[in-house]
Design a protein around this ligand. Structure first.
Ligand code: ZN
Length: 408
């Protein structure tokens, strides 16, 4: 019995085969059938059958072989296959505190439009949050003369505790309510498939698809912005944990009964290193004008620290040491091949300083082998949005391949 259960059904096998072939084509950009057979281990006949299904479904197209430029090319030029870009239009949104960054890509990952929106509040009622996204999507698609109806799928990356398979938000700083079935709300309002995940997981996906994580099967991404996030890739897959809330590096405890965190608990790393934690200390130790915004105050804090002013420097110094300790804990637990520190704001550069990385290395277990490589990768919110769009691409590909089975 056990053996029977492990054996995939015919339609599952077909589905897996198509997924694998699509994955290989996506990775290579364009590739000949014979090379797909080599990459997947499928027989040339199987590859021919699968690719003709994919062509019929409109997901893949043939590219006419290039004419040999001179007579020195031997053999007949081979027809290559590539993804059909206009098969699907996908949108990705990165929800940050008070802003949305959005991108529209085609099925082949080509960026077609970008859009940024300021949000009126940090945390919004779910219905208003969905409204804001609906409006922003209409503006985004309008940029290339399309509408939301033309989108096949939407990926949304937001910070908080999110169960990706169900799109359920246990908690997010962007919503004023806990336990929100945000995917259902959005799918009802937008009438399209929506895929929601923790934003740090989507940065890990983006790093894996188009960044520093390409070809690396075990790596960890630590993100730094308003909060601290982490994405873990193990054996080429994002590790999400049983409840979907794994890798909450920002809520790793670094202090017993310590500072109060946005999540409601005490002593979390985020309560020491995030923007709001820095501001909480700066508001006590520094003098700001009444009308300054949090962003202004943060800038003033960084400027003061750069100018060597004592209270400001001590605030950032303490936060850096906390961050180094947190990173060393992660390395001691996972021993990854690579750690990518991924952040947008240059204001967080002090976390990437050599002294911080040296402090981290001092706390990493020492053996006769170098510690894991740490790479710093700065990129914009748009790349986060592209990670969200990539997540929607994965989801839509799965739905499309399953739909082909139903047709078969
Ligand atoms: Zn916390």
């Amino acid at each position: 019995m056990a053996r029977l259960e492990r054996t995939a059904s015919g339609s599952e096998q077909r589905e897996n085969g198509r997924q694998q072939v699509l994955g290989v084509i996506r990775q290579s950009g364009q590739i000949a059938r014979i090379d797909i057979a080599r990459e997947t281990g499928f027989s040339p006949a199987t590859v021919t059958a699968i690719t003709s299904d994919l062509i019929r479904a409109g997901l893949v197209e043939e590219i006419a072989p290039e004419e040999p430029r001179s007579g020195n090319r031997r053999g007949r030029p081979r027809v290559a296959l590539r993804l059909r870009g206009d098969a699907h239009l996908l949108a990705g949104i990165k929800v940050a505190v008070r802003s949305l960054s959005m991108v529209l890509i085609d099925f082949d990952g080509v960026t077609l439009a970008e859009h940024h929106v300021r949000l009126p509040d940090d945390a919004m009622p779910p219905a208003r949050f969905v409204d804001e996204i609906a409006k922003a999507l209409a503006d985004l698609t309008g940029k290339i003369g399309k509408t939301t109806r033309d989108i096949s799928g939407l990926g949304v990356g937001m910070s908080g505790f999110i169960d990706a398979p169900t799109g359920f938000v246990h908690w997010s700083p962007s919503l004023d309510t806990r336990n929100v079935d945000i995917r259902s709300l959005m799918e009802t309002a937008l009438k399209l498939p929506v895929f929601v995940d923790n934003d740090a997981n989507l940065v890990a996906l983006a790093e894996q698809m188009f960044g520093e994580g390409r070809g690396v099967s075990n790596f960890i991404v630590v993100t730094l912005e308003q909060g601290v996030g982490m994405g873990i890739v193990v054996d080429g897959r994002i590790y999400r944990g049983k409840r979907g809330v794994a890798a909450e590096f920002g809520h790793a405890k670094v202090h017993l009964d310590g500072a109060l965190c946005r999540c409601g608990q005490r002593g979390c790393l985020e309560a020491y290193v995030s923007d709001y934690a820095l501001l909480r200390e700066a508001n006590v130790l520094m003098r700001f004008g009444d009308k300054t915004t949090p962003e202004d105050r943060l800038d003033m804090l960084f400027d003061a620290a750069n100018a060597g002013e004592q209270p400001a420097q001590s605030i950032l110094d303490r936060a850096s040491r906390m961050f180094a300790m947190g990173l060393a804990n992660v390395i001691n637990i996972f021993d990854p091949h690579l750690i990518i520190l991924s952040g947008e704001q240059f204001s967080h550069d002090f976390y990437y300083a050599d002294e911080v990385l040296a402090a981290m290395k001092n706390q990493v277990l020492k053996i006769d082998a170098p510690p894991p490589e740490v790479r710093i990768h700065r990129w914009s919110d748009l790349m986060w949005a592209k990670g969200a769009a990539a997540y929607a691409t994965e989801g839509i590909t799965e739905l499309a391949v399953r739909g082909m089975n139903a047709d078969a």
